[in-house]
Design a protein around this ligand. Sequence first.
Ligand SMILES: [Zn+2]
Length: 330
Amino acid sequence: MRLPCSHLLTPDIPQHQYLDLPSFSFLIDHSGSQRKILFDLGLRKDALSHPPAVRNFLAESGWDLQVTKDIPEILKEGHLSQDDIEAVVFSHHHFDHLGDLSQFPPSTEVVVGPGFKNAYLPGWPVDPESSLIDEEWKNHQIREISFDHGPKSLLIGGFPAFDYFGDGSFFLLDAPGHTIGHLAALARVSQATNSSTEGQRDKFVLIGGDICHYPGTFRPTIHSPLDPEGQAALCACPASFFLDIHPEKSCEKPYYKMPAHCTVDKDSAQLSIQKLCEFDANEDVLVIIGHDASLIEKIDFFPKTINAWDRESKDNIQWAFLEDFLQGSY
Ligand SMILES: [Zn+2]
């Protein structure tokens, strides 16, 4: 998707006017049981099959969509098909995460966050403004996750968590704010054999969905500050460049904020971003939000796995987005 930064980010940074965003879908393959689920489906390939509200939005906003492959085509590259997917978890109801549910058999369960059904179903045409196509959703069992907010609730990094497989390998996280019932997830992608040995700790991937839309909305922070000289050296630009373009000239605050128009609840959106910042500072966790273009050449994609992401290269991955600020003017 290509769109103006101002649609998803505030304040304006003159050196950064456009976003070229991928829409990620994550395959979670549970080792042991071989159960497979997808987290988000990305964009529909056939733009004409979007419901009217989405088509109108695209026409008015000018967002340019290009989808070269859909999920069944990508699964096929790894010798899988939609029939292998027991469930699709949706971070939220926006069109750029919904893919094309009609491509999945009725046996594929749909998993959504708290309050989703009441807020976003039924879909179009029952609700003419909906981004969901009711016919496609009616074919599936829809499971709405509820999180325990009581004193004995499971919290991970401040997020209420739901242990999906019941063995601590994959957690859905209650991360509201962008939308009602917005979900994130935490996958344990490698397990240490000896936790007492340095470097032999479990590794995780935090799947952020749209907690925010751009890495500069949760980087840098006081926990993970910008080193302007170090970062500038990587791209042969003046040492102060990345600090000079920061709206607050800060090495410890994110470049951007999520604008209020991108949230249903500004405060809870900010709280979810704050929790994401803390995960991002943990060297055992790789944070991947749903639209992070800077990862495309930096990490392995399906049919390879991300399990072997390398702690040594986390710095390189984390700050790759800074290259966007070198775009100059479009
Ligand atoms: Zn999105």
